[in-house]
Design a binder for this molecule. Structure first.
Ligand code: ADP
Length: 317
């Protein structure tokens, strides 16, 4: 167990606070809120709240040695008292820790003290696509193309590591300062042990749940492709494809593949969504195939997006 005693911390933190050359805005960091990782002898100051999840609260963490800011998922031990809850965290860490890709949130470290478990991650200060969509209502097609390309590349990498994410949703698509997309939260992910293995259940409910997952028919990588179709639909139209006022009715629509795409959506985007949302998982394209889809190869694809996109529709040439 971690030794939480702060070491010379007050003086170090206070010196940083007083240093006019420090490029970090220290206003956001509480010099009295110290987190100490004894496994690597690293001291962090806790900063702003970035978001809340099912288990975790996520805060900015300033590493006082390197002067780098990370995102720290802080999980109170009281919230993971049951063995299966703890097991879920351990699995998330186990699956996430070795992933290394430009569009997957980078795993930095994992440790605990008397009160909490900490997962320290690459910081994505521009929040998630949920926040963006709240501001914008819908995104333009070139923007969706740009986000989706990065997302599909990340999922291709994850699938190549024999991992299914199983909870690809807007809240798990984060943006860094350069507006680069990063996928986060491997809390429902699983590893495929052998070729053709089918998973029967998920511990937790994926947001964009595929029909084969819902019906417990056995699922695999195709469930992520389904979710990619839902994400694309939601970004272009501002609501998920199977949304109704009750969960029961939504599940009926998912199992009967009952959704419609308005005329406003281009043929390329429409066909991309339709392929991802095929009821039979064997009929869906692989992520590899998605990368060469017409949706990406025809139509304007911005190289990057300006941060003004978080609040206003861009004007592309
Ligand atoms: P949980 O596993 O408990 O659901 P999440 O991983 O979804 O927790 O994190 C909760 C929230 O914290 C997210 O919705 C997001 O707003 C924020 N968050 C998570 N990871 C990061 C990160 N690396 N950078 C910035 N914010 C993050």
């Amino acid at each position: 167990v971690n030794d939480t005693r702060p070491r010379h911390i007050d003086s170090r933190a206070r010196r940083k606070l007083a240093d006019p050359n420090n490029r970090i805005n220290m206003v956001h960091f509480d010099p009295n809120y110290i987190i100490y990782d004894s496994t690597t002898d690293t001291t962090y100051l806790r900063g702003r709240l970035l978001g809340k999840g099912g288990f975790a609260r996520c805060y900015e963490l300033l590493d006082l040695n390197s002067n780098k800011i990370y995102a720290g998922k802080i999980i109170a031990k009281t919230r993971i008292a049951k063995p299966h809850q703890r097991q879920k965290i351990v699995r998330e860490v186990e699956l996430h820790r070795d992933l290394k890709h430009k569009h997957v949130v980078e795993f930095h470290s994992y440790f605990e003290d008397d009160e909490n478990v900490y997962i320290v991650l690459e910081n994505c200060p521009r929040k998630s696509l949920v926040h963006m969509l709240k501001q914008r209502k819908v995104l333009t097609e070139p923007e969706v193309r740009c986000h989706l390309k990065q997302l599909v590349e990340a999922v291709k990498y994850v699938h190549n590591q024999n991992i299914i994410h199983r909870d690809l949703k807007l809240g798990n698509m984060l943006l860094n300062d350069h507006m680069e997309l990063k996928i986060a939260d491997f809390g429902l992910a699983t590893r495929i042990g052998y070729e053709g293995e089918k998973k029967m259940t998920v511990c937790g409910t994926p947001n964009y749940i595929a029909p084969e997952v819902l019906q417990k028919r056995g699922h695999s990588f195709e469930a992520d492709v389904w979710a990619l179709g839902c994400v694309t639909y939601a970004l272009l139209l501002g609501r998920p494809p199977f949304e109704t006022s009750t969960l029961k009715e939504t599940y009926v629509r998912i199992t009967s593949n009952n959704y419609s795409i308005p005329q406003t959506v281009s043929q390329g985007a429409k066909s991309f969504i339709q392929k991802c949302l095929r009821h039979d998982p064997d009929q869906r394209p692989t992520v590899e195939e998605l990368l060469s889809d017409d949706f990406f190869t025809s139509g304007f694809m911005p190289k990057s997006l300006p941060s003004t996109c978080c609040t206003n529709a861009p004007k592309f040439p």
